[in-house]
Design a binder for this molecule. Structure first.
Ligand code: SF4
Ligand code: SF4
Length: 323
């Protein structure tokens, strides 16, 4: 058995709701087949008040071992570093995080906020929020860049806003069954198995992308054109498996006609939510997308784009799924 405690810091519960939709494995599978002993969860735990305090105190004192500590939500340090904007069980949540991360074998940050600070870190950040081990893309965060858990691992981040249900349940399963050491993490502590490829990989609009055929406005049809050129899709530069491990086993944002917002990257939200930057491709000289697919440069892109447009076949300008 592996004991697991899940706490919410500055959170909207989105990752909890996401977890409950997990299918491979489900939450029930985690508890019955993969040896997870859920000590407490703010939405699932039946204990209240003093009973919760006792669970936490036993973990902090070492009376009960804590194998996996999952944090959802941003670390709220305000006002003035006191952490008192986010009180839990009689103390600032920051104090619980300090104590529990020091006794946990493995710490997992679920969702953008826990991983990188998330939306609350956008300036002026009045709550003084930060992530567990990153402040947006800068390593450090609340615990510091060199922090490692008792098992010698940094915080394992499962970003997303929210994280995909199966990303959460699969990583919890791996950790609970003693395979944390097998997980390779990228520079932002994301498990490589889920975050090496891009949202772009597996998107049904790739044919339109190749020939630079654009969707120009929402509601134009869910399978016509690519959302990269006008609607700000960040699929080609966002590490995620959203089009490989489909949401609800059947779809994804881009398949449904919605641009990828890049929520698994630590810089999310991009452009700090400035007016005119959401659902709109930012361009250089009014023509070339400012942010290009990872690995591409503007000069090569320009030449390739011109050739692709000239050679675009008729089918790439139509909804090829309509008969
Ligand atoms: S819609 Fe986005 S993810 Fe899909 S092909 Fe276009 S750029 Fe790539
Ligand atoms: S498609 Fe993009 S914005 Fe949507 S969940 Fe996946 S990575 Fe996040």
């Amino acid at each position: 058995m592996a004991t697991l405690l899940w706490l919410q810091a500055g959170a909207c519960s989105g990752n909890t709701i996401s977890l409950l939709q997990a299918e491979e494995p489900t939450v029930i599978d985690l508890l019955t087949d993969f040896g997870v002993e859920l000590l407490w969860h703010p939405s699932l735990g039946p204990e209240l008040g003093e009973a919760v305090h006792k669970i936490l105190d036993d973990l902090v004192s070492g009376a009960k071992p804590l194998d996996i500590f999952v944090v959802e939500g941003t670390v709220v340090q305000g006002p003035n570093g006191s952490g008192r904007m986010d009180m839990f069980a009689g103390r600032p949540m920051t104090e619980w995080i300090t104590d529990l991360t020091s006794v946990a074998s493995i710490v997992v940050g679920v969702g953008d906020c826990a991983a990188y600070g998330g939306l609350p870190t956008v300036a002026p950040n009045p709550s003084e929020s930060t992530g567990l081990q990153f402040h947006r893309e800068v390593k450090g965060g609340y615990l510091g860049k060199d922090w490692v858990s008792k098992a010698g691992l940094p915080v394992i981040n499962i970003p997303g806003c929210p994280a995909h249900p199966d990303w959460i349940s699969q990583i919890v399963m791996a950790v609970a069954t003693g395979r944390a050491g097998d997980l390779t993490l990228d520079e932002y502590h994301r498990p490589s198995t889920l975050f090496t490829t891009f949202t772009h990989n597996g998107c049904t609009r790739n044919g339109f992308f190749e020939y630079k055929q654009s969707t120009t406005e929402f509601g134009q049809g869910t399978r016509t054109g690519c959302l990269f050129y006008e609607l700000g899709c960040r699929g080609p530069m966002t590490h995620s498996s959203c089009n490989r491990i489909l949401w609800n086993r059947q779809s994804s944002k881009t398949r449904a006609g919605h641009p990828c917002l890049g929520c698994t990257e630590p810089q999310f939200p991009f452009d700090d939510l400035m007016p005119g930057t959401i659902f709109k491709t930012q361009k250089v000289s009014g023509v070339i997308p400012r942010d290009l697919p990872t690995g591409a440069d503007h000069l090569t892109y320009l030449a390739a784009a011109a050739a692709a447009r000239i050679s675009a076949p008729q089918w790439s300008k139509e909804d090829m799924f309509v008969v």
